[in-house]
Design a protein around this ligand. Structure first.
Ligand SMILES: C[S@@+](CC[C@H](N)C(=O)[O-])C[C@H]1O[C@@H](n2cnc3c(N)ncnc32)[C@H](O)[C@@H]1O
Length: 250
């Protein structure tokens, strides 16, 4: 029995290692082919998506009882260049209460150069966090699960996030549910898959973000048209929402 458990663990470690290598290669490839300024805020489509997301996130946090993130212990898994960390600080989070983790050294270095030194930014795999159980009030996951193609690794990450989430804590989920035909290195995460990853949890999701290629075309012509089209769930590619642990009955 013990041997079987050990061999399951070593298979999981191998899968995580292989997936890590694949992600590194995918990001290196993508960096060389992405047009400069694709994600710039000077692109009105990107600005539209960021502002809409910010309104959505703040409304979710307000519904969860937060009027400031002051005092909250926060983890950003797959923090990339620290975009969310800068937002979290604008929303009142204490820099010294924020931890960001990302696989890629270049992104971690970028994040460190853009955010206050009090923020802890670790370079590593978020499937194995060196953090005690039940440490965080808020965990942000934004477009990280879609970067992971291996289902077992997705499950490991979900398990690890639940391990370090406080019983009263909240996971903030923002990720796409459709596949991107132009990028085979990512795969959408459906509502059903999210429910499977976070079994037994209380999950609330809503569709948002008008398909980015459409938004980038339409926003420079008509902001209003973008607002209108983003009300049509069928045209929206992402889920924004929350995941809570089931209530404990003691
Ligand atoms: C599309 S980027 C999103 C970055 C950031 N969350 C944002 O929304 O701006 C996905 C990030 O997840 C990171 N990532 C993917 N798998 C990871 C893992 N297992 N552990 C830590 N970071 C991971 C990648 O290195 C990449 O920086």
């Amino acid at each position: 029995m013990m041997n079987m458990e050990l061999s399951d663990k070593s298979c999981a470690d191998d899968a995580a290692q292989q997936e890590e290598t694949r992600i590194r290669e995918a990001y290196a490839r993508r960096q060389s082919v992405s047009p400069a300024g694709l994600y710039s805020c000077f692109n009105l489509g990107n600005l539209f998506m960021l502002q809409e997301r910010e309104r959505g996130v703040l409304s979710i946090l307000a519904q969860a009882g937060w009027s400031s993130l002051h005092g909250a212990q926060i983890l950003d898994v797959g923090c990339g260049n620290g975009l969310w960390i800068r937002d979290l600080i604008r929303w009142g989070a204490d820099p010294s209460s924020i931890t960001g983790v990302d696989l890629l050294e270049s992104r971690v270095a970028n994040a460190r150069s853009l955010i206050p030194a009090e923020v802890t930014v670790q370079c590593g795999n978020a499937t194995v966090l060196e953090v005690p159980d039940e440490s965080f009030d808020l965990i942000v996951q934004s477009t990280v699960f879609t970067s992971i193609l291996n289902e077992g690794v997705r499950r490991q990450l979900a398990r690890e996030m639940l391990r370090v989430l406080k019983p009263t804590g909240l996971i903030l989920w923002y990720d796409f549910h459709v596949n991107n035909p132009r990028n085979p290195d990512v795969r959408g995460v459906s509502r059903r898959e999210i429910q499977g990853l976070f079994k037994g949890c209380d999950i609330e999701l809503r569709r948002m973000t008008l398909a980015p290629p459409i938004t980038r075309l339409v926003a420079p012509v008509s902001w209003w048209a973008c607002q209108f089209f983003s009300l049509i769930p069928f045209l929206c590619t992402h889920y924004l929402g929350t995941i809570r642990k089931p209530l404990r009955h003691e």
